[in-house]
Write a protein that binds this ligand. Structure first.
Ligand code: TYD
Length: 227
């Protein structure tokens, strides 16, 4: 996809790493420079994928097994890619996506114990060539992330139950952290790891510094006009 005029950045990591706040801050900074920015998330981000989101996060698909769940994540991703992400990139938009293919590799592939060939096949058909130009991995000790996620849930809505994927053990979350770091090590050109335990402003500055050199210059924004 590097030939597409837009820019595709995905954000990955465990629970409570601050992804959504950082995506919002980055979108604001880029819009202030004149870029067209689309923020989106998975599972979801398109009409069809949002329909599948509830099935996945409520745990309704869980009794049918990990293959079923993985296939549903892939179905949602395919719809999101074809209906939203690919057209936006073709139009020159900067797409910032909260979770993408690496979440499937980690949650379904590693901690779901799904065989790699199955995960890889689903990834291939779901993304259909739309590989992120950059993936920012928010790294945080699992205990810190889980505590943040719990506090957030309590603060926003005391009745909000943890979703199906937040209920799992600390050990599982630590395993996911390692798995994200492994991906970053294997794909250093695409992936950048950020220490998400630092203050929000420091993380935001680093995210911007990562994305800045990748910005499409001239055609769609006016970065040259901003001091
Ligand atoms: P959500 O509350 O939207 O996001 P977050 O944890 O980023 O705040 O929950 C999405 C959940 O779905 C999250 O626990 C990770 C999981 N997930 C997968 O298991 N596989 C996937 O491919 C994706 C995109 C998400």
């Amino acid at each position: 996809m590097s030939a597409a005029p837009g820019l595709f950045v995905t954000f990955e990591g465990g629970e409570g790493a601050g992804k959504s706040t950082q995506i919002r801050l980055l979108a604001e900074a880029l819009r202030a420079r004149g870029f067209t920015v689309l923020t989106t998330r998975e599972p979801g981000g398109s009409k069809g994928a949002e329909a599948v989101r509830h099935v996945l996060l409520s745990g309704a698909a869980e009794p049918y097994g990990i293959r079923m769940e993985a296939a549903l994540f892939a179905a949602a991703r395919s719809d999101h890619v074809e209906q939203v992400i690919r057209p936006a990139l073709s139009a020159g938009t900067i797409v910032l996506c909260d979770r993408f293919m690496d979440s499937s590799r980690v949650y379904q592939g590693i901690t779901g114990n799904l065989e790699p060939a199955f995960v890889e096949a689903l990834e291939r058909v779901a993304i259909n060539g739309v590989v992120p130009d950059c993936t920012v991995i928010f790294d945080l000790p699992a205990a810190v992330g889980l505590e943040r996620a719990r506090r957030r849930a309590a603060g926003l809505d005391a009745n909000e139950a943890p979703d199906r994927f937040e209920k799992e053990e600390l050990e599982t979350h630590e395993k996911r952290r390692e798995a994200f770091l492994d991906i970053a090590e294997r794909e250093p050109l695409r992936c950048r790891v950020i220490d998400a335990a630092r203050p929000q402003e420091a993380v935001a500055a680093e995210v911007l510094a990562i994305v800045e050199p990748l910005l499409p210059v001239g055609a769609h924004g006016h970065p040259e006009r901003v001091s």
